[in-house]
Design a protein around this ligand. Structure first.
Ligand SMILES: [Zn+2]
Ligand SMILES: [Zn+2]
Length: 208
């Protein structure tokens, strides 16, 4: 699968400045792992003119071609797209994680007596329930993050919202939230109650 992408190119040689676009042809999986790059012919002609005028050497021209025939991120097209947003995404993830931790600290066995994990209801302190899940991480390097950035068109608000959704996988809930959830769940799905900790249904006398 080939992909043609525009890259901005700015060349400055011997006081001349030249700005154009380089079209990069990414050929996908190539046997020897190389990528082919197609350069704007006007840019190439301009470079050759600089050599002819004696502004630069042929070696320097070749070096410039090499410099522009690579991803700015030194990795891939998707990393080039994702790199500018990555620091902000990491910062917002840190904020989201702290917000989630504050929420956890404010919960008590009285306010949030249940733990809801993937469709199973536990007592908040059930020994076999998995730990509550915090917001998802956007990726510990840019290339991992690019898998979020590309498909969601770099919409950082949406990316953060999707990552926050992971806090719903395993979470502490109130009696009211459990009642709502019980009303909405698929009633053909079998018993939602953990057999190990046997939580009291809402409205029953307080456990313990
Ligand atoms: Zn990459
Ligand atoms: Zn349980």
């Amino acid at each position: 699968m080939a992909r043609v992408v525009p890259l901005s190119l700015s060349l400055e040689v011997g006081g001349h400045q030249y700005v154009t676009q380089v079209w990069a042809l990414q050929t996908g999986e190539v046997a020897d792992g190389t990528e082919r790059w197609l350069l704007d012919s006007t840019a190439v002609r301009w470079l050759l003119d600089r050599v002819a005028d004696g502004d630069i050497s042929a070696e320097r021209a070749a070096e410039l071609v090499r410099e522009v025939s690579r991803w700015n991120s030194d990795c891939c097209y998707w990393c080039d797209l994702a790199t500018p947003a990555y620091p902000e995404v990491l910062r917002r993830h840190r904020d989201a994680y702290e917000r989630w931790q504050r929420q956890q600290r404010s919960m008590t066995p009285e306010t949030h007596p249940y733990l809801l994990d993937n469709g199973t209801v536990h007592r908040w302190d059930c020994a076999v329930a998995p730990p509550v899940r915090g917001p998802g991480h956007p990726g510990t390097d840019v290339h991992t993050y690019a898998a979020w950035h590309g498909p969601l068109n770099g919409d950082v608000d949406r990316i953060m919202a999707v990552l926050w959704e992971e806090t719903r996988v395993s979470r502490r809930i109130t009696e009211g939230e459990l009642e709502q959830w019980l009303l909405q769940r698929n009633h053909h799905a079998g018993s939602p109650w953990c057999r190990r900790c046997s939580p009291e249904p809402p409205g029953a006398p307080e456990p313990g």
